[in-house]
Design a protein around this ligand. Structure first.
Ligand SMILES: [Zn+2]
Length: 484
């Protein structure tokens, strides 16, 4: 089943060559929606000027200095009009989280780090029920669980630490893993998601063969790398080097997720590894989120013995969301051994390092959003408030580029539909945000992680308003599948 009809608009080669990939739809006057008098910003063309934007049939149909007439006219004077943000790393795919994402300016939220356990079931569940655009990778941890006869079910994305995570796969199991990944790609997955730290039994050989499969299918690998910290073997640098090596020898494209929390004190060195590989022609990208704490399943293999030594922390670096309970050894042991998958927050990074990583030009922003962590609600507005407005370490255009164009370009490896994402250009999908750059900001905290961000006045997904004058629109589900 195809969820996105093929584009009726042919791409023009000349435009492609210019990087302006978006051909003009037929004129439509009056437009369905006109966003008038805003400061229109597009990180690809560098446009940053007052313009009127006409939207028709779900696309940006006209960007004009002259007046446009619309069935609905939004006065955006004093507001920024920008492409909606694309979150490559969003785990929570429930309705409440989608609403929080929309208030944070996110119009596309994809589960790419690890992928959902069943791509077809996910795409069917989301079709016609999603506020914002969605999509997923094929999950290597889930394929592994499947091969071990213990399949995962949403919302569990990784298995409890056990044979399916900790043992090397046999040749028969490896064949099952590859077959499962292949059928998940056939079902519309946008790449292969690997959480190597959650499947430490996966050998280097298994990692390389999974990259080979991705290369053969011409899709990227998105990965949470094997380990973190400075103890060798298994350091952050060694772990990033492993996947860069796998990309180099197989030709697969690679996206290293949350380089902030995978590399910690060595964040800048890990970014230098990615930059060095890119300089030698490899297609490798990375992302970060703007918080000092991570969050993950406490019964996962990430907490196999040795985690405290690797991180240089003790049990009290772990906190349960909502209650704020700090863990002791006894409490940790109970929760780690439980088959119930509970999320725990890990305070393991420094604000100074996070600030430096976020400002790095090749780092895109992705939230790693999960319910119970403020990053689910606040990541994108926090970039605009803290890094653009307060610290001035990013220009507004650079921040928009990290949150819209760069993730769209990463997705172009998987689907040509991504050429219409992340741009404020004629012909682009009308995923558009209109916000007050002086007021936009995050409100979610570790104590109150579900507080919606403020400052997004209008948010459109495929030309449909999902936030109108700062208020949520009820009963609309314009989210589209982004799929191969
Ligand atoms: Zn992760």
């Amino acid at each position: 089943m195809r969820l996105i009809p093929p584009s009726p608009i042919p791409l023009r080669l000349s435009s492609l060559l210019l990087g302006l990939v978006l051909a003009l739809p037929a004129a439509a006057d009056p437009f369905d929606v006109v966003i008038a008098n805003g400061r229109v910003m597009d990180p690809e063309t560098g446009l940053d000027a007052p313009r009127n934007v006409g939207i028709a049939q779900g696309r940006i149909a006209r960007i004009s200095t002259g007046p446009l007439t619309g069935k609905r006219v939004i006065d955006a004077k004093g507001l920024v009009v920008a492409p909606g943000f694309i979150d490559l790393h969003q785990h929570a795919q429930d309705a409440a989280s989608s609403r929080l994402k929309a208030f944070d300016g996110v119009t596309t939220a994809l589960e790419m780090e690890i992928g959902v356990p069943d791509v077809s079931a996910f795409l069917v569940r989301k079709q016609g029920t999603s506020l914002i655009n969605y999509g997923t990778t094929a999950s290597h941890p889930a394929a592994r669980a499947f091969a071990y006869g213990t399949p995962l079910k949403e919302p569990n994305l990784v298995a409890q630490s056990g044979p399916a995570t900790n043992e090397p796969a046999t040749a028969e199991q490896r064949a099952l893993i590859d077959a499962r990944l292949g059928s998940e790609l056939d079902a519309g997955a946008l790449g292969i998601g690997m959480g190597i730290q959650y499947t430490p039994g996966a050998t280097r050989q298994e990692v390389i063969e999974t990259f080979r499969l991705a290369a053969a299918r011409n899709v990227p690998v998105y990965t949470h790398v094997r380990s973190f910290g400075r103890i060798e073997p298994g350091s952050s640098i060694g772990s990033v080097a492993e996947v860069i090596g796998a990309a180099a020898v197989t030709g697969a494209s690679l996206h290293v997720v949350h380089i902030n929390s995978s590399c910690l004190k060595d964040g800048l060195e890990c970014i230098a590894l990615v930059a060095g590989a890119r300089a030698r022609g490899l297609d490798i990208t990375t992302e970060a989120y703007p918080y000092i704490a991570g969050m993950t399943a406490i019964n996962s293999a990430l907490f196999n013995p040795g985690w405290r030594e690797k991180l240089g922390v003790d049990y009290d670096a772990l906190m349960l969301p909502d209650s704020g309970e700090r863990l002791t050894k006894e409490r940790f042991d109970t929760l780690h051994a439980s088959p119930e998958s509970r999320l725990v927050i890990l305070f393991v990074n420094s604000q100074e390092m996070v600030d430096r990583v976020i400002a790095e030009p090749l780092v895109m922003i992705a939230s790693d959003g999960e319910d119970g962590h403020p990053r689910n609600a606040g990541t994108y507005s926090r970039i605009l408030a803290r890094y653009v407005r307060e610290r001035g370490s990013l220009t507004l255009m650079d921040a928009l580029r990290k949150m819209s164009l760069m993730p769209a370009q990463r997705l172009e490896r998987s689907t040509p539909a991504a050429r219409r994402l992340g741009r404020l250009q004629e012909g682009a999908d009308a995923d558009v945000i209109v916000f007050d750059a002086d007021k936009v900001g995050d409100r979610a905290t570790f104590q109150k992680p579900r507080e919606a961000s403020v400052g997004m006045k209008y948010v459109l997904v495929g030309g449909t308003l999902v936030i109108d004058d700062g208020k949520p629109v009820e009963g609309v589900f314009p989210g589209r599948a982004i799929r191969r």
